[in-house]
Design a protein around this ligand. Structure first.
Ligand code: NAI
Length: 318
C-alpha cells in the first residue's frame, strides 16, 4: 500500500475543521487506497477542545487514518508534511476594523510561513482558507522562501460552488449540469463571479447571473459563518489539486498572478480559472473579457494590491 500522506490542518479545533477532518480521514479526497496521517494545529487555549476532536477521530475507527497528532507548535505540525490546509485565523470581532483583522492575521501567516519553510517537504502544497485568504496566502508564500510560490493557493471554491448552485437552481437543472463558472480576484465582496464562459453539459451557454452575498446570508441565518459548505469546498479544491481537473473543465482558485494574460498586476494571489495536472496548475488563457468584466476584474485586483501593501507595511514596521 501507499505511504501515508502527512496532512496538517490548522484551526483544527474550529468549526470548519470539525467537518473537514472527517472527510479527509475517510478517503473522500485522496481516494480509498491512500492512508493519511492527520496533524492538527491550534493555539494553546484550544488544546483541551482539540484533544476531544482527536478522540472523536479515533472513535470513527477509520481504516485509512493511520495516526492523529494534536499540537500547538507549528514546527511539530508542519514536520515533513505533504499538504497544509490553513484554516486557522483570528476571527473578526464586533467593532474590529478590517485593518486590525488584517494586521493580526498576516502576523500569524508570517510565523507559519517561516515554520513551514523550515520543516515541511519542499514540494508541500499549501491551501489557505483563513481570511483574508488571498493576502494571508501571499504573506505565507513570501516568508516560505524555499518553497515555490506555485505551491500555494487559496480557497475561492466555495464561491464557485455557490455560483454554480445558484445558476442551476435558477435554470432548474442539476448542479452537475453547470460547468466552468469562474470566480475572479479576491475572496471578498469585490470578487467577480463570471458565468459568461459557463456551459451546460449539453453544450448550451449559461445566461443567468445570480450570485449574491451568500456568506453574509448564511451568517445572518445561522449566527455562525459557513462551515459544512466551506469544508466541502476545501475537499473539492484539494481533490482537483491532487487528481487534476477533468478534460474540458477548469476550476477557480487564488494563485500567484505572475505571468497571467489578463492584465492583473504581478505578485498578488488572485483567483483565476486554472487547469490542473500532476499537482501543477496553469492559467486558462484566451477567454474573452467584456468591458463590464474588465472593470470588475480591475476593481478586485486593486483591492488585493491595497491589501498587500497594507500587509507588508505592517510586517515591516512592527
Ligand atoms: P473558527 O473560529 O470556528 O475556528 C478557527 C480556529 O482557528 C479556532 O479554533 C482558533 O483557535 C484557531 N486559530 C486561531 N489562530 C490560530 C493560529 N495562529 N494557529 C492555529 N490555529 C489558530 O472559524 P471557522 O468558522 O472554522 O473559520 C476559519 C477561517 O476560515 C476564518 O478565517 C473564516 O473567515 C475563513 N473562511 C474562509 C472561507 C473561504 O472561502 N476562503 C469560507 C469560510 C470561512
Amino acid at each position: 500500500t501507499a505511504e501515508p500522506l502527512r496532512v496538517c490542518v490548522t484551526g483544527a479545533a474550529g468549526q470548519i475543521a470539525y467537518s473537514l477532518l472527517y472527510q479527509l480521514a475517510k478517503g473522500d479526497v485522496f481516494g480509498q487506497d491512500q492512508p493519511v496521517i492527520l496533524i492538527l494545529l491550534d493555539i494553546p487555549v484550544m488544546m483541551g477542545a482539540l484533544g476531544g476532536v482527536a478522540m472523536e477521530l479515533q472513535d470513527c475507527a477509520l481504516p485509512l487514518l493511520k495516526e492523529t497528532i494534536a499540537t500547538d507548535d507549528p514546527k511539530v505540525a508542519f514536520k515533513d508534511i505533504d499538504l497544509a490546509i490553513m484554516v486557522g485565523a483570528m476571527p473578526r470581532r464586533e467593532g474590529m476594523l478590517r485593518k486590525d483583522l488584517l494586521k493580526a492575521n498576516v502576523k500569524i501567516f508570517e510565523v507559519q510561513g517561516k515554520a513551514i519553510d523550515e520543516v515541511a517537504k519542499k514540494d508541500v502544497r499549501v491551501v489557505v482558507v483563513g481570511n483574508p485568504a488571498n493576502t494571508n496566502c501571499l504573506v505565507m508564500s513570501q516568508y516560505a522562501k524555499t518553497i515555490p510560490k506555485e505551491n500555494f493557493s487559496c480557497l475561492t471554491r466555495l464561491d464557485q460552488n455557490r455560483a454554480q448552485a445558484q445558476i442551476a437552481a435558477r435554470l432548474n437543472v442539476k448542479n452537475t449540469e453547470v460547468r466552468n463558472v469562474i470566480i475572479w480576484g479576491n475572496h471578498s465582496s469585490t470578487q467577480f463571479p463570471d458565468a459568461s464562459h459557463a456551459k451546460m453539459t449539453n453544450g448550451d451557454s449559461v445566461t443567468e447571473r445570480t450570485v449574491q452575498k451568500r456568506g453574509a446570508a448564511v451568517i445572518a441565518a445561522r449566527k455562525f459563518s459557513s462551515a459544512v459548505s466551506a469544508a466541502k469546498a476545501i475537499c473539492d479544491h484539494v481533490r482537483d489539486l491532487w487528481n487534476g481537473t477533468k478534460e474540458g473543465e477548469w476550476t477557480s482558485m487564488g494563485v500567484i498572478s505572475d505571468g497571467n494574460s489578463y492584465g492583473v498586476p504581478d505578485n498578488v494571489m488572485y483567483s483565476f480559472p486554472v487547469r490542473i495536472k500532476n499537482r501543477k496548475w496553469e492559467f486558462v488563457n484566451g477567454l474573452s473579457v467584456s468591458d463590464f468584466a474588465r472593470s470588475k476584474m480591475e476593481a478586485t485586483a486593486n483591492e488585493l494590491v491595497e491589501e498587500r501593501d497594507t500587509a507588508f507595511q505592517f510586517l515591516s514596521t512592527e
